[in-house]
Write a protein that binds this ligand. Structure first.
Ligand code: SF4
Ligand code: SF4
Length: 343
């Protein structure tokens, strides 16, 4: 997570899925100029710990030539490159092979195809199969990302169904990852299954990596665009290098709480501190409301300051360090208290 940087190449997408949490559509602004993309990649490559760029959208394949140029630039700068697509363009094996061959020659390492019930309302599963097979033929590592409705069919069932439909041969060597749908963008209109009696989830978020938006702002959240005032907006590549932005990401005082305690424990702490005014409706918050709760907590400067101070409490810091190591294998916060760091 800490060595990969997201690049939202375009916010345009022709598919219009009902569960799109960023409500992507073709009306989004055009691409930034090529030189801008190339200079952002050059800035990322100056940071030693950043090893690869994950190219996302919208739909990056809408601008195939630009995608190729971005991948080539990553390789020229010593960075790996992966791309995420819906495969809407892969309507035949020949088309998929042609594009994957070109991207492989440009230096693409991996491709993730998003598919699930909502994508499949618009895109045939045959397209997914075309991309996966073409990727394997051309030495590009294929993955599949599926989503599921919280309290609906489980992640295991969704993956099992996909395995049955695509077949063992197609899926050999393909990693499949599943993520719960959250109530953002068009997904707000979906019908989520009713509550089930069980322990409330902690609402821990692991979607916190630096992500470059088409405007050049960098956010430490890989899902939807954030309000400009969010503390998770960590810089602007139009006015500074990537090194100070990345350092802000590494030193961020709020991210470790979201990544380890989770939003429910954060909310509980705010209730104890009498800082939860306006958050009453989140008392019975559900899994799909994680981002709404996150935005609600972070919209208050007093709450942000509270966690920023708490981050420097040596005991809290120690616990965050252990959890970050256990959950993510990241030792960055171990053995260093807020006092050490700011001494
Ligand atoms: S979920 Fe993906 S494919 Fe569907 S509309 Fe959003 S960006 Fe496009
Ligand atoms: S919980 Fe917060 S950090 Fe995580 S994806 Fe949602 S808005 Fe972004």
């Amino acid at each position: 997570m800490r060595s990969e940087v997201g690049l939202v190449m375009t916010e345009q997408c022709p598919v219009g899925c009902r569960h799109c949490l960023a409500s992507h559509a073709m009306e989004a602004p055009d691409l930034p100029p090529l030189e801008t993309h190339l200079s952002w990649i050059a800035k990322v490559s100056e940071v030693e710990r950043c090893k690869s760029i994950s190219i996302t959208g919208g739909e990056p394949f809408l601008y195939f030539q630009r995608l190729e140029q971005v991948v080539e630039c990553c390789r020229a700068r010593g960075l790996g490159a992966t791309v995420i697509t819906s495969a809407h363009w892969a309507t035949s094996g020949e088309i998929a092979t042609d594009k994957l061959k070109q991207l492989s020659q440009a230096g693409l390492d991996g491709i993730t195809v998003s598919t699930d019930d909502y994508h499949q309302e618009c895109i045939s599963l045959a397209n997914v199969s075309n991309v996966v097979c073409a990727a394997k033929e051309n030495g590009v590592s294929p993955r599949i990302a599926v989503t599921y409705l919280p309290r609906g069919r489980s992640a295991e069932q969704v993956i099992g169904d996909l395995r049955d439909r695509l077949g063992q041969h197609t899926l050999e060597g393909v990693q499949i990852e599943a993520g719960g749908i959250v109530k953002l963008g068009r997904a707000h209109e979906l019908e989520f299954p009713g509550p089930r009696k069980k322990a409330q989830p902690k609402l821990v978020c692991n979607a916190l990596g630096p992500s470059i938006r088409p405007s050049g702002t960098v956010e430490s959240c890989c899902r939807a665009p954030l309000p400009g005032t969010s503390p998770l907006v960590i810089g602007d590549l139009n006015t500074e290098g990537f090194q100070p932005i990345y350092q802000r990401f590494l030193d961020h005082a709020i991210i470790p709480f979201i990544q380890t305690w989770g939003l429910i424990e954060m909310l509980g702490r705010l209730v104890d501190e009498k800082l939860a005014s306006g958050l009453e409706s989140y008392h019975d918050v559900t899994e799909e409301e994680i981002c709404e709760l996150c935005h609600a907590i972070l919209s208050s400067p007093a709450r942000v300051s509270f966690f920023a101070e708490l981050f420097h409490d040596p005991e809290v810091r120690r616990r965050l360090g252990i959890l970050t190591f256990v959950l993510y294998g990241d030792p960055a916060l171990l053995g260093e208290t807020g006092e050490d760091k700011h001494a």
